[in-house]
Write a protein that binds this ligand. Structure first.
Ligand code: 1VU
Ligand code: GLV
Ligand code: MG
Length: 324
């Protein structure tokens, strides 16, 4: 291991994060009663400009008045390039009580964006005597943000998670697609025409680089990597496949833009009984191996070694957090 060890963000279950537009108050109670691990009340792109001020008021009342249970509660503020942002932060942090856990910052482009928000939050917390320090969720959804992702991830002790905002990222990188998340038929590989077999076309995962890069930046800085929206809420299979891909790359959860996606995310991001049993068997086998002086042994015809302990511990840890 390096002598440098990332300090982990506060542990929070973040398998599903439900997006709730701040202008749709009729959804607030439903969201609070849902099985989502986390909720973000949105002031940004799900709210039309003429509704921004009212949405802010709605969200402040909702944070104060609704019983959010043990959910992680966040507010997505407007971007730093808008005149809404400063008042989003000031009003929410001054007027909403301590129930709010996080502020979600969209379209973060540079470490200075995070620094500016840290300064503002720090001043408000000191002036108002807020006891609970607010954490930050950062959406990486622009080419600039992706370019600077490592500095962004390290920019504040308030940082808790990085989120992949696939819709804005596609727009920012000028990707020729109008879908929100998931695959695109043009992103595929056709087997060579000189091959023996009949030609075959495989769809690829056009978001692989972005998500993998986000996972590295997040994990290197002790943050949770979270996959963003999947717009086609009529396609549970597609959602599940996207969620599973991101999970295998290291993500800890995924947004739900519709209540039907919550159970899918919770399921994909909860290790199955079979996976937990396998991980525990690896730990048992390695404990036995180490007691007998071996670092590497065979289990079910496969190599396991000391790295396998760490892999299995990730699985068992997640299972324990879910069971707690
Ligand atoms: O069965 P009921 O009538 O009691 O309830 C409906 C509906 O009210 C409810 N519901 C929700 N509850 C809590 N939170 C939600 N976000 C939410 N959405 C719906 O569920 C029941 C079924 O709803 P539906 O199928 O009739 O859905 P609607 O036609 O009402 O709404 C669909 C959309 C997609 C518009 C709605 O789900 C929504 O606004 N989702 C969140 C959108 C959002 O926040 N977007 C920003 C994040 S994504 C991004 O920034 C980039 C793309
Ligand atoms: C989320 O904000 C996105 O743009 O996908
Ligand atoms: Mg966005």
């Amino acid at each position: 291991m390096s002598f440098t060890t990332p300090t982990p963000a506060p542990a929070r279950l973040n398998r599903s994060e439900l997006a709730v537009p701040g202008s749709r108050i009729e959804l607030f109670e439903k969201a609070a009663k849902s099985k989502a691990d986390a909720i973000f009340l949105d002031l940004e792109d799900a709210v039309a400009p003429r509704d921004k001020e009212q949405a802010r008021k709605n969200i402040i009342s909702a944070i104060n008045d609704i019983d959010w249970g043990d959910k992680v509660l966040s507010v997505r503020i407007n971007g730093l390039d808008t005149h809404y942002m400063y008042r989003d932060v000031v009003d929410v942090l001054e007027q909403a009580g301590d129930r709010i856990d996080l502020i979600m910052i969209p379209k973060v482009g540079t470490a200075s964006d995070v620094y500016a928000l840290d300064m503002l939050a720090t001043q408000i917390e000191a002036a108002k005597g807020r006891k609970k320090r607010i954490g930050f969720e950062l959406i990486i959804e622009t080419a600039l943000g992706m370019q600077n992702i490592h500095e962004i991830a390290a920019a504040s002790k308030r940082n808790e998670s990085l989120h992949f905002g696939v819709a804005d990222y596609a727009a920012s990188t000028k990707a020729m697609t109008t879908g929100i998340g998931g695959p695109n038929p043009h992103y595929g590989v056709l087997t060579d025409k000189d091959g023996d077999a009949a030609r075959d076309y495989h769809w690829g995962d056009m978001w692989h680089y972005a998500i993998a890069r986000m996972v590295v930046a997040a994990r290197a800085n002790g943050l949770r990597p979270i996959d963003g929206p999947f717009g086609d809420f009529s396609d549970p299979q597609g959602y599940r496949a996207q969620a599973a891909r991101a999970m295998v790359l290291g993500c800890e959860g995924k947004w739900a833009i519709h209540p039907s996606q919550i159970a899918l995310a919770n399921d994909v991001y909860s290790p199955s009984d079979a996976e937990i049993t396998k991980a525990k068997r690896i730990l048992e086998a390695m404990e036995k191996a180490q007691n007998e002086g071996s670092g590497a042994v065979a289990l079910d015809g496969r190599l396991i070694d000391i790295a396998s302990i760490k892999q299995a511990e990730v699985m068992v840890h997640q299972a324990n957090v879910i069971a707690a």
